[in-house]
Design a protein around this ligand. Sequence first.
Ligand SMILES: [Zn+2]
Length: 119
Amino acid sequence: MERFFQELQNRKFVVPKCKNCEKHIYPPRNFCPFCNSKKLEWVEISGMGTLYAYTINSGGICFRDETIGIVELKEGFKILTYIGKPIQELKIGQPVKLEYIEIETKEGKVTLHRFVPQK
Ligand SMILES: [Zn+2]
């Protein structure tokens, strides 16, 4: 996960991809959970996908009543992520895209990712 967060600070969303079975691995791991291969390479994703599911997480850490959801990426795998819109503005299956946000923490600014509807 460390590499993932480092790259995120440079506004890059990268995940390991298995060189053996070609699957993306998220959350990142040191080996492929599909074929157990350790031959992985980090690749940047397109940031394009569709909204698969969403809900409200009341009393979240970063935002109040944050929207979270599952996005199915163009690359063919799903991730759990923040969604940058209230649920009233969302629809299952709508196109969404990656965006980066900066939040203040006690340790300084941190870049996080979330998905928002495509225009
Ligand atoms: Zn594999």
